[in-house]
Design a protein around this ligand. Structure first.
Ligand SMILES: Cc1cc2nc3c(=O)[nH]c(=O)nc-3n(C[C@H](O)[C@H](O)[C@H](O)COP(=O)(O)OP(=O)(O)OC[C@H]3O[C@@H](n4cnc5c(N)ncnc54)[C@H](O)[C@@H]3O)c2cc1C
Length: 316
């Protein structure tokens, strides 16, 4: 019997399992599918807090993860790259609440802007995790460290207590059913995979009704995006695709030469606040929930994993 069962193999499950396995616990992941086929596989995976609460805990988790990405970037096979990011500021000309985490954060007045609503830019250094490399990389690290992965859909948490002493729930949107969590809802997002025509990130994402971002990866770039609360449509419409292209062209004229190579739709697993807490079910069944990361799963991943480790240690 494994000491700890982790349910889910998205970015949250993989980083949690790896953190626990490296700390000396014998762990097993049970997941209905590999992470690449989950929200994590669609993620643009730029380190930047977005649609995640509460701010003080987000800050702590994001700070820890930023530090881990500073290390990951040293390993080219991880698919994690350093990147210069530019946030378009429309609401107020001020630094974001996470400004003291990042390197070289600078407020810039927007010179000669054609758009009256743009107040300026916040430029900073951050990281992008190319999920087509990073998820398989983490999975390999986990297996090499002695972890095991079993493909199975869990219908009731009790199925896991038959196989492990402690259970960690990292099922993202799956928690709506598995944890009977009615506060969970999807924020649907469409992104385009495009040929790479630039090397820096630009994001105009302060208005959900007008989202544009370009995130270069190792070989391609992501052009986004959309933000639709409670929307479960699995396919992108031509109107959505055309809208993304138009907004990205306006944000970054360099994208006008990009070839569109693919379209992806994903669902940010949203909750009023991220659920990272321990719960004791029916006597001594100890479960730690780690889900509801909204638009920030990769950004917070390693920080949340560290807090899970602290909760596991506190239980022992
Ligand atoms: C378009 C888009 C762009 C994004 N861009 C960014 C970004 O730039 N930066 C950022 O930080 N975040 C971004 N995000 C958000 C990010 O993708 C999510 O926060 C993150 O992927 C959540 O990861 P997770 O592991 O918690 O959930 P998921 O990736 O959904 O993984 C859940 C796992 O649980 C498994 N599972 C579910 N139910 C069960 C069950 N009953 N039994 C067994 N297994 C189960 C699934 O198979 C899966 O392996 C973006 C999201 C979208 C959609």
């Amino acid at each position: 019997m494994a000491e700890i069962i982790i349910i889910g193999a998205g970015i949250t499950g993989l980083t949690t399992a790896l953190t626990l396995q490296r700390a000396g616990y014998q762990t097993k992941i049970i997941t209905k599918d590999y992470g690449i086929n989950s929200a994590s596989g669609v993620s643009a995976a730029l380190w930047k807090p977005y649609e995640a609460n509460p701010p003080e805990r987000v800050l702590k988790w994001a700070r820890h993860a930023y530090g881990v990405f500073q290390q990951e970037v040293m390993r080219p096979e991880s698919g994690v790259l350093p990147i210069v990011a530019h946030n378009v500021l429309r609401k107020s000309f001020e630094k974001p609440f996470w400004h003291d985490v990042v390197e070289d954060g600078t407020l810039l007045k927007q010179e000669g802007s054609e758009n009256d609503n743009v107040l300026g830019l916040y430029r900073f250094k951050t990281f992008v995790s190319d999920m087509s490399y990073y998820l398989p990389y983490l999975q390999k690290q986990y297996i090499d460290d002695g972890g095991t992965i079993e493909l199975q859909q869990i219908k009731h948490i009790d199925e896991c207590f038959a196989q492990g002493l402690v259970v960690i729930n990292c099922t993202g949107m799956g928690s709506k059913l598995l944890a009977d969590d009615k506060s969970m809802y999807p924020i649907r997002g469409v992104v385009l995979i495009a040929s790479k025509t630039m090397n820096e990130n630009w994001s105009d994402t302060q208005d959900p009704a007008y989202m544009a971002y370009v995130i270069p990866r190792r070989d391609v770039m992501i052009m986004g995006g959309t933000h639709d609360d409670h929307d479960t449509r699995p396919e992108a419409t031509q109107e959505e695709i055309d809208g993304i292209i138009k907004r990205c062209h306006a944000l970054c004229p360099q994208t006008k030469n990009a070839e569109i190579l693919g379209v992806k739709v994903g669902f940010r697993p949203m909750r009023p606040e991220i659920r990272l807490e321990a719960e004791t079910l029916g006597g001594d069944k100890y479960i730690i929930h780690n889900y509801g990361h909204g638009g920030s799963g990769p950004t917070l991943s390693w920080g949340c994993a560290q807090e899970v480790l602290e909760l596991v240690r506190a239980k022992a």
